[in-house]
Design a binder for this molecule. Sequence first.
Ligand code: MOS
Length: 735
Amino acid sequence: MTTVEQRTGLVGQGVDRVDGPLKVTGAARYPNDFSYPDLAYAALVRSTVAAGRISRLDTAAALASPGVLAVITHQNAPRLERAPDSGLTAPPPPLQDDRITFHGQYVAVVVADSAEEATAAARRVEAEYEPAEPILDMGDPRAEWITDPWGTDSSRGDLKGALASAEVRFEATYTTAANSNSPMGLFSTVAVWDGDDLTIHDSTQWPSYLRKAIAQVFSLPEGNVRVLCPYVGGAFGAGLRAWPHIMLAALAARTVGRPVKLVLTRPEMFTGVGHRTASEQCVKLGATRDGRLVALAHESTTPLQIEGTQFEPCTAGSASAYACPNVITRDRQVRLNIPWCNFMRAPGEAQGNFALESAMDELAYELGMDPLELRLRNYSEDNPRLELPWSSKSLRECYEVGAERFGWSRRSPEPGSMRDGDSLIGYGVAGVSFFWYQEPCEARATLRKDGTAVVRSAVTDIGTGTYTVMTQLSAECLGLDMAHVTFELGDSDLPAGAAAGGSGLTAAVGSAVQAACRNLVRAFLDTVRDDPTSPLQGCTIDEVSVGGGRIHRIDAPESGEAYADILAAHGIGELSADGSSTPNDPKVAGMAPSGAFAARFVEVRVDPDLGLMQVARVVSVVDAGRILNEKTATSQIMGGTVGGIGMAMLEEIVTDPGTGRVANATFGDYLIPVNADIPDMEVAFVGRPDRFNSVGVKGVGEIGLVGIGAAIANAVHHATGRRVRSLPITIEQLF
Ligand code: MOS
């Protein structure tokens, strides 16, 4: 696809975030910053059993509490409809019956004049239960098993035969703990009704879907609902569903006839907005003596809540990570009485990569081969599952540049052989082949008579830099300075936007923005088509370029006209154009769409006497296609690396085995990395613009987390000789 934009060099530059000043001065408004006259507040009551029924619910004391306006339970809640599928089933609407399926499920919402009064009254709601024995263990014979939940299981060649005859065989089981998304910003909803019109401020990553969902729950035309989220404040996937608390805020507002604000508490964040599911994974590898993979089997089992779906493909990536003729990948889920599982940065991939890349390291030791060399020896030049060339792949360069920058050649292979004073030093590496994902998206570009442009799409910026990179891209596509372009997002009334999810937003909205800008230039050419005074009269889109606020002829750059002059000459206030994008089709394009690739190199230091373990250095080299902004892209990888260190060394949702209660639902008990846990992080990008979308990007949002777990585990083994096959790796496991 050709684009009209001039490659000005604007895109790619590490320009500062356009929303940075608003954020640091506190002017950026997050969902719970919105207030209204007569605002009321809601507080939630949660179940204290994981399974069973509510046998008695007494709200009299709560209703009599100061400031209380309403107490809504399943006994008095109106019937709500189920939200539509988003690809995944939506959580069922709350307070519709007396059934309990997990500890922490909402059983009542209290609305009062102040947040304190609502919270105090919520404690006075008396609930009794007829408990059932909860299913909390994957080994429970009562648990329902689901095989191949998403049709992603794969099989090629003759795995059994190849394993049986392999010169070297390796097999191990790996486990990962459940993790909590835990964005700093507590998820918040402010709901305001005006007749049958509903406005919702919410911590969502997907306003276009949330509008549809809430409209259906309340049986409203979609156009009656408006979702606003100009700033989200982190979400890491937690904002990709229409959660029950959002419905409760809207229901509460309708019930009391006033705007209502509902801010989840930190403990509620652990049970109300999803979590990364734990995993148990078995990897079997067969190889020749010289390190060529002949067999690869990866099977995973992950817990799932009692009803509804979740997409958590731990093994799918293993089908195309390496060139191997005989492969089986299989995912299974087991239903438990646990809070909802949901997307959390690199769903499935984060867990699956830990197992596969740990197993590759273990195989390298079996073979007496450098782990990096083993990976290069099994490099998949084409996508082995689709049997198509990759749309782009520079993973080899990631390994080479990473090894050079990290100093991999200084590594002595023997575990425990590298020391610095009292510290054992370990070097570990992991490769990452991230999945590809893209959704349809729309955008609109408008040029105003003062020569400035505004470009809009109902997407979100969850801290990833969407405002900034889309401003850069729009400016480039229209030939304007960044200062003359505004990008608007976070409003469901804007052209329908893709989710900020699956690392696919930049490709989706970027392609739509390019199309809208190109169509806008066309609209200007249409305007002057019959204008004999315009130097652009009769020009087609392919004959012009843009720059300096004007459109000019490619063959005669001095022949052109400024946008503002065209509008003035024709008495037009502003001109707009729409653009949309849909994902390319691999079969039609004749290539396998590439997600990003990366090589992660980690140095750990372990002091066995003091029981200290520290990640000392991380070098990440990433092929993410065309980089729109070096600074925000680097931030993405660094932020993901921090998340990866959390997953590898600290984060673990602990569920009380008797009751199914999340036992560590506070930041005092659920450990996340702090500054002292974070080492020097070096990030470099390699590769070329990708061919699968017109922008040339590959998602950079989630890959930063992936590979860190395996690289740390591999480094810990190199430092200590101890192989840890479960995350998080805590010092206790080493001694
Ligand atoms: Mo990401 S888990 O798709 O926000």
